[in-house]
Ligand binder design. Structure first.
Ligand code: SF4
Length: 362
């Protein structure tokens, strides 16, 4: 389906024309880059927002605000998911009362059976995802699974169902698949329930999403104003989705060669990086003469999204542009950067298995 009509949050295509989406759906450009000195903010990875000024005021005036972020447990986490988690940790550091949902019911009901055949499979993924989250620094008390939620959460999601008609769902998503409808009801409940009196209470809330998830943001904000609860309308920020390793794709669990997974072995990383799309020229001579194109290169993008070293990033950009750095050497740098991070992460992750099991069996 064309991005000019409907955005498909479940699809694997990457939106290229961000500005068009901004104007069509009323997103505002993100400008609050100076709220924290962090490489993801300094590099302007966040591109758009809805009502972010409420959150900025809370941060500046040390007023309470909350955040809800989550990922469906439909496979192993990859670098694209790490970005969601990095942003979650930044807002936690900025003072947000925080919850991170592992959407295990959503993973099963909104995907085809060959991807997630039953709830047991999504819980199996959830265990692995939990170990990643804990190893990356997410607090165990902040994490919940949809299937372990309290009755009030389910009550809220059923009440939300009364506010959505089939026509409305079709207008936003382009279809009326009941599994996906069910997953949307849960996602809205995830974002809104943190404002219930026995959760964090009414306050501005922030959720970070990729631009492809905007249909969920629009419907959540609409419902928050029309349901029988006293909710603050949720705010959202939108970050650039990390590209897949192939041209024109997102990193996707369904297409393993588009992504570097947090479970990948060093050989898998080497193989995938060596095959990935770069901004290099056809011949070495041409590259030395004209320079490469880091702005379209997947290797450069990995450094931009995950390597906090500004000097290294600038050097890679400049040396690529003037033809001093060739893709073979650059890919080698990328493989060693990723494998160093993944080795440390995977060692750490194993230590969190027991805690992860406790969260699953709560
Ligand atoms: Fe990409 Fe590096 Fe090649 Fe430049 S030198 S195009 S940044 S892989």
């Amino acid at each position: 389906m064309s991005e000019t009509k409907i955005i498909d949050p479940w699809g694997s295509s990457k939106i290229e024309n961000y500005k068009h989406v901004f104007s069509k759906f009323g997103l505002k450009e993100f400008e609050s880059y100076n709220i924290i000195n962090n490489y993801l903010f300094n590099r302007k990875i966040i591109i758009a927002q809805r009502d972010f000024d409420k959150i900025e005021q809370c941060i500046q005036n040390k007023k309470p605000f909350s955040q809800l972020t989550g990922i469906a447990s439909s496979g192993s986490y990859h670098l694209g998911h790490k970005l969601d988690i990095d942003f979650y940790l930044i807002f936690k550091k900025l003072g947000a009362k925080s919850k991170f949902v592992i959407s295990d019911i959503d993973a099963y009901i909104s995907r085809e059976d060959y991807k997630v055949p039953n709830l047991d499979k999504s819980k199996e993924y959830a265990l692995d995802n939990l170990m990643d989250l804990l190893a990356l620094g997410v607090d165990k008390d902040d994490i919940y699974l949809q299937s372990n939620q309290k009755p009030q959460y389910y009550t809220l999601s059923y009440e939300i169902s009364k506010k959505i008609t089939e026509n409305m769902f079709r207008a936003i998503y382009g279809h009326s698949d009941y599994g996906k409808l069910g997953s949307v009801l849960l996602q809205i409940a995830d974002i809104l329930h943190i404002q219930l009196p026995n959760e964090f209470g009414k306050s501005p809330t922030i959720t970070g999403i990729g631009i492809e998830q905007d249909p969920h943001a629009r419907i959540t904000r609409d419902i928050s104003k029309r349901c029988n609860y006293d909710f603050e309308t949720p705010s959202f920020f939108y970050f650039q989705h990390q590209s897949g390793l192939k041209e024109g794709k997102k990193m996707s669990s369904s297409e393993p060669d588009t992504a570097i997974f947090l479970n990948d072995t060093s050989d898998e990383v080497k193989r995938k990086i060596n095959k990935s799309f770069t901004g290099g020229r056809i011949t070495l001579e041409e590259q030395k003469e004209k320079g490469g194109q880091p702005q379209i290169c997947k290797i450069y993008e990995i450094f931009k999204f995950h390597n906090a070293d500004d000097e290294f990033l600038n050097q890679t950009f400049n040396k690529c542009k003037n033809g001093e750095l060739l893709c073979g050497e650059c890919k080698k740098n990328c493989v060693s950067f990723l494998n160093k991070f993944l080795k440390e992460h995977q060692n750490k992750k194993e230590k969190f298995k027991q805690t992860a099991l406790e969260i699953i069996n709560k």
